[in-house]
Design a protein around this ligand. Structure first.
Ligand SMILES: NC(=O)c1ccc[n+]([C@@H]2O[C@H](COP(=O)([O-])OP(=O)(O)OC[C@H]3O[C@@H](n4cnc5c(N)ncnc54)[C@H](OP(=O)(O)O)[C@@H]3O)[C@@H](O)[C@H]2O)c1
Length: 166
């Protein structure tokens, strides 16, 4: 049995995930959630996400970086030229498979995803990178927690993909 494909993302109501290579919001509780849920796991991510995530190699994460730049490979970092190759590598690695973006990787993997760990930030913000529309697909919410800080209200939820049986 292949391992389930899990995506993890924080996005605004207008589906913004990034601006100028950074997160468009600074929410400490979401950062802690993201780090905890990806620790010890195989993380599939694009080259910019890899280069801008200083702690990617901490806490036992095993990155599979999607890039044309094969020189990024090392004993700790696997490299793949596209999503199908990255997922094949990740299936053969230990731990859960967590897809961590960016935009094109989310777009290509959403149709395949079995679980979505979503932080929905209840705001509309400007940005240059987006999460694809997920709300028209069928999901069952298995867990939810509300949060807030001085600037934002947000909802953490775990959504399980519902596919027709038979
Ligand atoms: N809010 C969140 O949860 C979240 C999560 C992730 C990212 N972000 C934000 O999103 C932004 C970064 O994402 P991004 O979309 O700009 O960049 P990205 O996906 O991290 O990196 C883009 C690069 O990755 C490679 N790549 C990506 N998709 C590919 C594909 N399908 N096939 C082959 N190669 C592919 C290419 O690398 P080469 O050019 O090396 O070939 C491409 O130039 C930042 O602002 C970041 O903060 C936010």
């Amino acid at each position: 049995m292949p391992k389930p494909l899990q995506m993890i993302v924080a996005c605004t109501e207008n589906r913004v995930i990034g601006r100028d290579r950074r997160l468009p919001f600074d929410i400490p509780e979401d950062k802690a959630w993201f780090h905890a849920r990806t620790a010890g796991q195989t993380v599939v991510l694009g080259r910019i996400c890899f280069e801008t995530w200083p702690k990617v190699l901490a806490d036992g994460r095993r990155p599979v970086v999607i890039t044309r730049d094969a020189t990024l490979a090392s004993s700790a970092v696997r490299v793949a030229p596209g999503v199908p190759e990255a997922l094949a590598i990740a299936q053969a690695m230990p731990g859960d498979i967590m897809i961590c973006g960016g935009q094109r990787i989310y777009e290509e993997t959403l149709p395949l995803a079995d679980r979505l760990l979503l932080t929905l930030v209840h705001a509309e913000l400007p940005g240059d990178t987006f999460f694809p529309e997920w709300r028209h697909l069928s999901w069952r919410e298995s867990w939810r927690r509300e949060g807030a800080d001085a600037r934002y209200r947000y909802t953490f939820s775990i959504l399980e993909r519902v596919r027709p049986t038979g």
